[in-house]
Structures are given as structure tokens and as C-alpha cells.
Ligand binder design. Structure first.
Ligand SMILES: Cc1ncc(C[n+]2csc(CCOP(=O)(O)OP(=O)(O)O)c2C)c(N)n1
Length: 698
């Protein structure tokens, strides 16, 4: 903890000259805009929050709650922020220590206990998410996750949406000081400040991130100091245990945002009076001195003193209020305990949306009659048509805007046709692209964003795995974020290690995500249009080696063509061996199959088209017919999606198999640059031919 902690100072940018730090000293005379009713309200919420935390620790000992993260010491700045906002109109991304915020914002003690006792009927998770992760649709609190820092970019996305809709909503997002070390915090400040979006960043600095002291976390120990270079970022450094000071800063920050002047950062110095979580013991890293000093900064007795000093309530009235709150907490806990827990057979509910917009049942592939187009143009036309169809659709990513239209021209003409508001460049930060898209989708936009190369999608991996694909599940279907992420993938373009990667195997391991990987222009157009309409998040893999290939071009489908996910295409019928493949490998498999005809071997080639869901029925029925299956993919062999397909075939088709299931895939190596090396690593037509011959001989 630094010497700065709990000093009653407020720093303020010159941009708000009416803020005067001398007003911060709390007294009856100087509490300014605070009425007695507000002080009493704040005290009631603080006492309620504290009592819930205390009760939770007891319930934990009784085994009725399995985990708890508490907020004592943080309450004053949280309540102040909630009081400055408009619940249900503004948005909030609170963190796990924000119990007092959630209560003041409108959550009830009963709802809190429903969540912490993992009961049905709570506002945010029905027993899916751990306690202390707040969510409430009516209050506009998106159900929260656990990674420290992912919420910042989502908040920026939600705020960006408010600006786009011309609304004066404000978005609150909070964390501890430790979480600001995550790169996404800086990305969020950059985006928020650059675009002047209405976010209030509330950083609750309690001096520790679990056991790590702030001196080991933040250069100079203050995020307020560190963030001084951002234009239009209004900054405050306050004693967050002081309710009046907190309220004034919060009001100012919210006012700044609502007036369209941009984001604010409030660094609130607070104390953590309880352990980090129920699994922690602070005595292992806090000295008795620190523990005692923290205790003396407890915001609860401070606010109590303020109420008594200002005669807002007498001692007897305050005691009555406390007794009433204690009763409320006991009743809420008892009532919550009586509610049922979720049934085991609902465990897979809401991994995916139950609504399929474009069903594969009774789907009939039309003959496409349009002009022949290459795949990148098919993508481009799909985007144009869908942006016209859905005014809430936005397209953004690195380099996508303006006359260039991306490094592959897939987004060409979108800005000219739909304006900078709907087709725009993002900052060069992949987590930002996906994170903000989540925040936009949560409030009803349809972001169809671009990651320039699959090789660089990894900074967004956390936003994918922990956020994009899990929001629906962790909120049991209350929230969703149907984002489409288009990404150029694949090799055979002499792109070396960092412009060649196949990524579908990694992403297929994420329940909740749909993945497409078309092999030709017509499928690309039909699948992308479907992706833009569906409710599930989609990773749309576009093989850049196919973008302009003649063999991947097709007559253009019309604007009504929507190709369902999970429907494979039999590209060639055969009776001796089945090839299951996708993407670039479809053409190579067809060429190899043609060669095998010369040896009297009839090969069936199935193009999966989508990896999640994949068309199991089509594959199994072909394998039952041929008795032999070769899986061909461009991704590295170990852990590639072929292993999954092979395993399912072995489980469900064993008695039909006349040969071992085989795979042709990339070697387990990065993809090197020199042509001879690249050819050696990526699967070639000859590899497929050899494997087919081997299989035919069984
Ligand atoms: C990305 C990520 N890394 C690690 C963790 C484990 N973790 C949970 S809370 C925490 C400390 C956070 O400290 P701080 O942001 O200062 O907030 P505080 O808990 O002190 O309020 C850590 C490391 C996590 N949840 N997410």
C-alpha cells in the first residue's frame, strides 16, 4: 500500500474547473448535493451489503454456499456510482467485489442469495456461474464472467452502441487495480478515449491483487497517474471509502459521459477488509499493521458518523434501520434456500441457441444462375446484401474501411455504401475487435467483424473462449452475443509461419461456437449470409488461398440463398472409400479421387462445409456404404478436427469398417516459408493419393 492510500485528495483534469478539491473534506456543511435521504439510502445499502457478506461467510461455514467473494471496504465508491447512474437505462459491468453496487443499482438480497446458493430463479445464472458474478437483464447488467479485465472492452462496445443509437446512456465498468495490468484495460482506454464513448471506468484500488501488493503491479502505484495521456479522459483519484467524495466524483463522471464528452476514470482508494475470497488467508501476506490500518478506514463507521453528525438519523433510528436490514437478510437467505437447485438434465441447456433460423431439414440446394464469381467477391456480396437487410449490422476490423476494403478486398465498398458509422476501421488489437463486438451484440447490434489473419487471432482467444461462446450458457439463455468473426486462414500461399495457419481445430473445442469453412464461392456466400442471421456466435474461416482460385469460383447464388450450417455436400459419389474433408483440401481430394478412378477405385468426397455443427449423418451414412474412410485436413495432425471425426466413426460405425480410419493432415510443425519446406509440411495431392491406395488395398 502506498502512502497515497486513504489520503483525502481528489485530482481532477483542468477540463472541469468547477471541481474544487477543497470541497472534498466531508462535513455536514460540505456534503453539497447529498440530501439526508440519500445519506440514509447509502447507509442502508452499505449495511445491507455488509450484512449479506457476513451472512454469506456463515452460510459458507455451514456448507450452504460453496464460495464467496466479498466487498467490505469497497462499498462507499460502489454505492456512489450506482446512485449517480440510471439503473435499467444505463449499463453496468460490475466486477466480483461490487455487491454494494449491485444492491444500490436494484438487485435484492433475495436475488443475491439465489445466485450464491446456486438456486433456480435468480436473475443471472440459474446455478451456472459462481457467486458474486452479477447480472440482471432488467437492470442492464450483462451476466458477468470471471477473467479479470475482459469486461472493459465489452463496456466500450456497449457504449459505442449508445453513441451509434444517439442515446445518452452511460456504461459503468469496474475492477480492482490488479486487473488494470491486463492489456485489454489499455486497449479499452484507447478506444474509449479515441471515440469519446460514455464509459465510467471505476478502478477500486485496495492495494492488493490477492497477495500481490500494488507496488509489484502498477508502475508508480497509481492508475490515475499512469493514465494521464489519454485525450478526453476525465480522471479522478479519490478516497473511495469516503461516500461524499465518491458521490461527487461519480456524479461528475456520469455527467461528463452523459453530456457526450467522453469517458472517465475514477481511481478509488479503498481497503479490503475480508480475505480476497473464501479460499484466501490475508494473514499470509498482510502485516497486522496493514490489517489494522485498513480497519480504521472502514467506510461503514465513517458513513455512520456522518449520518449522526448531520442529524440525518438519531442513534435509535439508526439502530432500528440496522435491525430491519438484518431481518431482511435473514428472511432473504431463508427464502432463497427453499428454492430448487437446477436439475442435472439441464446441464447442456443453452450452450447453443435453441432457435435455428436456417434449418437443414427439407433444405433443397438450388441451381445458382448468377454470373461466375470468385470466393472473395462472394464474401463481399454477402456482406453488402446482409448490411442492406439488417440495419443493425456493423462491419469492422483492421484496415476494412474506405476504398481499399481490407487486405483481401473482402469489405470493398461497404463504407461507401453504408457509411463510416456501419463499416469502419478498428484499432490494431484483436481482443478489442471481439470484445467490443460482444458489448455491441449484447445491446442488439449484429457485429460481423474481421480478424485479418487467423495467425493473429490469438489475442482475442480469451474473449472467444470465456466470453463470446459462454455468455448464453452462463446466463442460462438470458443474454447472448451473436457475433460473426470472419477470418482469413490457411496456407499454400507461401505465407510462412504467420500467414498460413489453420485454426479450426482450436476453436472447435469451444462449446457454443459455430464454425464455417467453405470451399467455394457459392457456399461462402450462402453460409456467410446464414451466419449473419443466426443467433449463435460464428467463426467464419475464409481460406485466403481460395479467395481468387478459379476452381473455387461458382455461379453466384441470389440474395435469398441461405445455406444451413451442419449440412455437408457430396462433391463426388463413390463406393469404395469415403474422403471427409473441408476448405482447401476439397479440391485436392477431388483431384486425388480422379486419379484413383484410373486404378479402378471409386472414391466418395464429402465436403463438410461447416465444422461446428458437422454433418455426422452424412459422414456415417457414407462410411456405412464404403466401409473405408480417409479424413483429409490442412490443419496439423495432432489434435486436428479429423481426430474428432475419426473417433466418432470408430464409436458409431465400427462394425461397418473394412480398414483403419486414416488421416492426411499437415505435419506436426509450423508452416515454413521456403517452397520446398512448405510443400513438405502441408498435405499434398500425392499424400492423398498414397493414402487412398493404401486404403484400397485393405
Ligand atoms: C485473467 C485472469 N487471471 C487471473 C485470475 C485469478 N484472479 C482472480 S481475482 C485476481 C486478483 C485481482 O485483483 P484486483 O484486480 O486488484 O482486484 P481485487 O480482487 O483486489 O478487488 C486474480 C489474479 C482471473 N480471474 N482472471
Amino acid at each position: 500500500m502506498t502512502a497515497k492510500k486513504n489520503v483525502m485528495t481528489v485530482h481532477k483534469l483542468e477540463s472541469s474547473p468547477h471541481w474544487d478539491s477543497t470541497h472534498v473534506k466531508i462535513s455536514h456543511a460540505s456534503n453539497g448535493q447529498l440530501t439526508n435521504a440519500q445519506l440514509i439510502q447509502a447507509f442502508r445499502t452499505m449495511y445491507l451489503s455488509r450484512s449479506i457478506d457476513e451472512k454469506s461467510m456463515l452460510l459458507l461455514k455451514q456448507g450452504k454456499i460453496l464460495f464467496h467473494i466479498s466487498g467490505p471496504g469497497h462499498e462507499a465508491c460502489q454505492i456512489a456510482a450506482a446512485m449517480a447512474l440510471k439503473p435499467g437505462y444505463d449499463w453496468a459491468y460490475p466486477y466480483y467485489r461490487d455487491l454494494a453496487f449491485a444492491l444500490q443499482y436494484g438487485s435484492t438480497a433475495y436475488e443475491i442469495f439465489l445466485e450464491s446458493m446456486h438456486r433456480l430463479g435468480g436473475p443471472s445464472s440459474n446455478g451456472r456461474q459462481m457467486p458474486s458474478h452479477y447480472g440482471n437483464k432488467a437492470l442492464r447488467i450483462p451476466a458477468q464472467s470471471s477473467p479479470t479485465g475482459t469486461q472493459f472492452l465489452q463496456a466500450v462496445g456497449t457504449a459505442l452502441g449508445a453513441v451509434k443509437e444517439g442515446k445518452d446512456e452511460v456504461v459503468y465498468v469496474s475492477s480492482g487495480e490488479g486487473a488494470t495490468s491486463e492489456g485489454e484495460f489499455s486497449e479499452a482506454l484507447n478506444w474509449a478515449s479515441r471515440e469519446k464513448v460514455p464509459v465510467v471506468f471505476m478502478i477500486q484500488n485496495n492495494g492488493y491483487a490477492i497477495s500481490v501488493p500494488v507496488k509489484d503491479q502498477i508502475a508508480g502505484c497509481s492508475i490515475y497517474e499512469l493514465s494521464q495521456g489519454y485525450p478526453d479522459l476525465c480522471r479522478f483519484h479519490i478516497d473511495g471509502t469516503d461516500f461524499a467524495a465518491s458521490y461527487r466524483a461519480a456524479q461528475e463522471a456520469v455527467h461528463h459521459a452523459r453530456a457526450g464528452k467522453g469517458p472517465s476514470l475514477i481511481e478509488a482508494d479503498v481497503v479490503r477488509l475480508f480475505p480476497h475470497s473464501s479460499s484466501d488467508d490475508p494473514k499470509k501476506y498482510m502485516t497486522p499493521d496493514v490489517i489494522e490500518r485498513n480497519r480504521q478506514s472502514d467506510p461503514l463507521p465513517k458513513l455512520e458518523r456522518m449520518i449522526l453528525d448531520s442529524d440525518a438519523l438519531s442513534k435509535e433510528e439508526l439502530d432500528r434501520l440496522k435491525a430491519e436490514v438484518k431481518r431482511e437478510v435473514e428472511e432473504a437467505a431463508d427464502r432463497a434456500e427453499l428454492q430448487p437447485s437446477p436439475a442435472a438434465d439441464t446441464a447442456e441447456r443453452n450452450v447453443f441457441s435453441p432457435n435455428i433460423i436456417v434449418s437443414k431439414n427439407n433444405f433443397e440446394e438450388p441451381r445458382h444462375e448468377g454470373k461466375t464469381i470468385v470466393m472473395v467477391d462472394a464474401v463481399n456480396h454477402a456482406l453488402h446484401e446482409e448490411m442492406k437487410f439488417n440495419p443493425k449490422m456493423l462491419v469492422y476490423g483492421e484496415d476494412i474501411a474506405g476504398s481499399k476494403g481490407g487486405v483481401f478486398t473482402a469489405t470493398k465498398g461497404l463504407t461507401a455504401a453504408f457509411g463510416e458509422d456501419r463499416a469502419f476501421n478498428s484499432q490494431l488489437a484483436e481482443a478489442s475487435i471481439v470484445g467490443t463486438a460482444i458489448g455491441l451484440a449484447i445491446r442488439g447490434f449484429k457485429p460481423v467483424v474481421e480478424i485479418q489473419f487467423g495467425d493473429y487471432i490469438w489475442p482475442s482467444f480469451m474473449q472467444f473462449k470465456d466470453e463470446l461462446v459462454q455468455l448464453r450458457y452462463r446466463s442460462d439463455g438470458v443474454f447472448s452475443c451473436p457475433v460473426v468473426v470472419r477470418v482469413a486462414v490457411g496456407g499454400y500461399i507461401r505465407g510462412g509461419l504467420y500467414h498460413s495457419q489453420s485454426i479450426e481445430g482450436f476453436f472447435a473445442h469451444m462449446p457454443g461456437l459455430w464454425i464455417a469453412m467453405p470451399s467455394n464461392a457459392a457456399d461462402a456466400k450462402g453460409l456467410l449470409k446464414t451466419a449473419c442471421r443466426e443467433e449463435n456466435p460464428v467463426l467464419f474461416c475464409e481460406h485466403k488461398g481460395l479467395y481468387r482460385q478459379g476452381f473455387a469460383s461458382s455461379p453466384e447464388p441470389d440474395e435469398n440463398y441461405l445455406l444451413p450450417f451442419g449440412l455437408a455436400s457430396v462433391k463426388k459419389e463413390g463406393s469404395d472409400v469415403t474422403i471427409v474433408t473441408w476448405g482447401m483440401m476439397v479440391q485436392r481430394s477431388l483431384e486425388a479421387a480422379k486419379k484413383l478412378e484410373g486404378y479402378g477405385v471409386s472414391v466418395e468426397v464429402i465436403d463438410l462445409r461447416t465444422i461446428c455443427p458437422w454433418d455426422k449423418e452424412a459422414v456415417l451414412s457414407s462410411v456405412k456404404k464404403t466401409g473405408k474412410v480417409l479424413i483429409v485436413h490442412e490443419d496439423t495432425r495432432t489434435g486436428g478436427f479429423g481426430a474428432e471425426i475419426g473417433s466418432v466413426i470408430a464409436e458409431e460405425c465400427f462394425q461397418w469398417l473394412d480398414a483403419p480410419i486414416m488421416r492426411v493432415a499437415a505435419k506436426d510443425a509450423p508452416i515454413p516459408f521456403a517452397p520446398a519446406l512448405e510443400n513438405a509440411v502441408l498435405p499434398q495431392e500425392n499424400d492423398i493419393v498414397s493414402a487412398l491406395k493404401k486404403m484400397a488395398e485393405f
